[in-house]
Design a protein. Structure first.
Length: 404
């Protein structure tokens, strides 16, 4: 880029305190989507207060920053007019200085998000805040206005193609998971239990619940570095040890909360469709602890195979019972009590029959699991490519005029 300079943000934007516009549409700021109307998302359950007079007015082209989550990339240049919480920062561009589309990409690039993290203040991640005094000193690569538009056009085109691929792969994953569930249900339906009326509590020998200290947002290995599992560690009936957050060095770990091989991990707090997700710990993770959103159950080894029990908990019948017992005002975070989990019906055949059923299910779903893993890998690589492409374009590592 021929005319690229590195300019401090405080010379490109000015804080705006324009408020008292209660009739304007409420906007939200998402890490993945930027600034959009709150009403456009069905998964936003944050309640807007009745009095929004202190909400700040956002005009198209304004930069909106969630001070509490800027270090995660929760900011963007708005295409919409509306209002946002007074806890956010609304920054108005200096006329004639920037292209809003270019700045949207540049300000959300990996390099810039790293800058926000460094400049955020607070003792723990949940308390980190990015204030304009610190943010305004960050330098951003700024080519000429014409070059900014070239870069924005290039990234619009390229990221649209990548986003389409990601959506297609996610749809495939959803269909494969449905197929996986159907196979498991078919195998279970052919099994005859020894007795009826049995509850899960009759085969549970021990229960561990975790804790939720303030952690870093990035994962640790759980083997040599202490970490706390997230609620999604059991999603999809598969134990995901990488779904964790690293424990800060100043936090004393709790070895009594470490998950153990063979335990049945169940999500006690999650979205309604994922609440009660269960998976078996398959491996040793001496530094991986439960969060308070998870239970770990030890089962009677003489009567219950944890892999079989996890499969039963994922069937439509048990899923329906779990949803009936779910409580919580927000769809995005439902809860189920330990008592309700332990009282779920669990009519089991003999241990040998359970193991045979598990073996049959694993044989039939092995190929499905391979396809799911491959598609999830494509999604991950596509997301990484998208982020790398944006960074390369806005930092001048690629000449978008030649690429175009």
């Amino acid at each position: 880029m021929t005319g690229t300079r590195h300019i401090r943000l405080k010379y490109l934007y000015v804080p705006s305190g324009e408020a008292n516009r209660p009739d304007e549409e409420v906007l939200s700021v998402y890490r993945d989507h930027g600034v959009i109307p709150k009403s456009s998302r069905a998964d936003n359950f944050n309640k807007t207060p009745e009095n929004v007079e202190r909400y700040l007015l956002v005009r198209p082209g304004d930069l909106v920053v969630n001070r509490m989550k800027a270090w995660q990339g929760s900011l963007g240049v708005s295409e919409y007019r509306g209002i946002v919480s007074g806890d956010y920062e609304v920054l108005r561009p200096v006329p004639g200085s920037v292209s809003g589309r270019y700045m949207h990409y540049a300000l959300r690039s990996r390099h810039m998000v790293g800058e926000y993290r460094v400049r955020s203040t607070g003792i723990r991640p949940s308390q980190w805040r990015l204030y304009w005094d610190q943010m305004g000193d960050i330098r951003i690569p700024l080519p000429t206005l014409d070059e900014q538009e070239w870069i924005a056009n290039y990234l619009d085109r390229e990221t649209t193609q990548i986003d389409t691929l990601i959506k297609e792969q996610q749809l495939l994953v959803d269909l494969l998971r449905e197929r996986r569930g159907a196979v498991s249900t078919a195998v279970l339906s052919s099994v005859v239990p020894l007795t009826t009326g049995q509850r899960l509590k009759h085969v549970v020998t021990g229960v561990t619940q975790g804790w939720s200290p303030q952690c870093y947002p990035w994962p640790a290995d759980g083997v040599e570095t202490w970490a706390v599992l997230k609620a999604g560690a059991a999603n999809g009936g598969v134990f995901r040890p990488d779904e964790n957050k690293e424990l800060p060095k100043d936090q004393a770990p709790r070895p009594d909360r470490v998950v153990r091989r063979g335990q049945l991990v169940i999500s006690r707090a999650n979205t309604r469709d994922l609440l009660g997700s269960a998976a078996v710990v398959e491996g040793d993770f001496p530094c991986l602890m439960l969060s308070d959103k998870l239970y770990a159950l030890d089962l009677d080894k003489e009567t219950a195979d944890p892999r079989y029990v996890a499969t039963v908990l994922g069937t439509p019948r048990l899923r329906g019972l779990i949803e009936v017992e779910a409580t919580g005002a927000s769809h995005s975070m439902q809860n189920i009590s330990l008592e309700d989990i332990l009282n779920l019906p669990m009519d089991l055949p003999s241990l040998d029959v359970q193991r045979q059923a598990v073996s049959r299910m694993r044989e039939q779903i092995a190929r499905i699991d391979v396809l799911i893993t491959e598609s999830e890998r494509v999604i991950q690589l596509s997301q990484e490519r998208r982020a790398a492409l944006i960074t390369a374009a806005v930092t001048g590592q690629i000449d978008v005029r030649q690429e175009g």
